[in-house]
Design a protein around this ligand. Sequence first.
Ligand code: NAI
Length: 384
Amino acid sequence: MKIGIIGSGTMGAGIAQVAAQAGNNVVVIDTNETVLNKAKHSLQNTLSKLTEKGKLSAEKAASIFSLISWELSINKLNESDLVIEAIVERLDIKQTLFAALEHIVSEQCILASNTSSLSVTSIASACKLPQRVIGIHFFNPAPVMELVEIVPALQTSQDIVTKSIAMIDSWNKKTVRTKDTPGFIVNRIARPFYSEAIRLYDEGVASIETIDHAMKVYGGFRMGPFELMDLIGHDVNYAVTETVWSSFYFDPRYTPSFTQKRLVEAKWFGRKSGRGFYDYADTAIKHEPELHEESAKEICWRVLVMLINEAANALFLHVASKEDIDLAMTKGVNYPKGLLHWADEKGIAACVEKLDALYEEYHEDRYRCSPLLRKMKASNTNFY
Ligand code: NAI
C-alpha cells in the first residue's frame, strides 16, 4: 500500500514509523523543512536504538527506513491509497488541506485525519467526496500505543470504514469504532481521572501524593492522576478538558478546574518545565502519602465510580460498543481493567448508590448518574 502522512511532528513521524514497520511505502510531507529533517534523523536514531537493543534486525531497520520518503509538497501524494493528516489542530487549515488534496489523489484514496478534538464531519464537509473522509486517531507515542480510534464522519461510507479498519488492524494496532462526538472514546471517558482527583485535592480531602498513591495501590493504575497530568503536560491536558467541556455545550460534568488553569498560567506545565503539581528540581522536598487504608480506598472508589459513570453514559449514548469502550481504556490509556467490566465487579447497585450519595451531598450536575446504570440496577443486570 502507498501511504501519505502530512505533518512530521510528534504524531506524523510516529504514524509514519508504524506504517513503514507494517511494510507500506510511506511518503511524509511537512511544509517546514527543518521539522521534516529532524523527524527523519530522529527516526533513524530510534531505529538504531531498536537494533542495538536487539528488538529489530539491522536489515529490517534499513528496510523500514528505505520505505519512507520525506517531501515538502503534497503533490508527491498522487499515488496514495490512504493519506493521514497530522498537522496543526485548526479546522480552517485542515479543511483547506483536504480540499487541496482532492485535486491530487485518486478518487479511491482514503483521506483520514488524526484530529483529537475537531469534528471529522466538519473536515469532510470541505471535500467534494466527503464519503471517503474518516478519522483515524492514534495515541502518543504512536509506535508504542496499540489503540487507534476509527471515527466515521456523518458522510463516511461503510466501505471506507471497513477498509480503514482492515488496514489499521493489519498495522498491528487495535482499532475501536466511535461516533464523531467530542473526545471520541478515550479523551471523553478519561476526564474524571483528572478532574475528580483535582476536585478531591481542592476540597482538601487528601494531598496529591496520597491521591496518586490511592489510585495506584487500590486502583492498580500505573500512574496516579497528578503524576500523569504532569507527564502529559498541563497545557495539553487542560486544553483537552476545556475543549471537551465547551464542545459539550458546557455540560458541568466536564467543567475544568481553576487549580489546573493556574498551573498553565504560571507555565508550570509539569515534567517538561520542571514543575507542575510536583516539583522536579533535585532539591525539591518529597512528601510522603498518608497511608490510611480506608480513606485511600474511598478516594479511589470516588474517582473510579466517576469513570464508570462516564463509560456507562458513553454506552448509553451509543458512542461505541461496550467491548470497544473497555478496549479503548485499557489500550489507549493503560487502565488495568475495562471500566464496564469493573462496574460489574463492583456491582451496578453499588455504583448507583455511590453516585447518588455524591449527588445528594453536592447537588451538582457533575455527579448525576447515567440513566443506563439506573436502569440496570432496577433490572438487576450486568454489562457482561
Ligand atoms: P506537531 O505540532 O508536533 O506537528 C504538526 C506538524 O505539521 C508540524 O511539523 C508542522 O510543520 C506541520 N504542518 C502544519 N501545517 C501543515 C501543512 N499545511 N502542510 C504540511 N505540514 C504542516 O503536532 P502533533 O502533536 O503531531 O499533532 C498533529 C495532529 O495530531 C493534531 O491534529 C493533533 O490534535 C493530533 N493528535 C495529537 C496527539 C498528541 O499527543 N500530540 C495525540 C493524538 C492526536
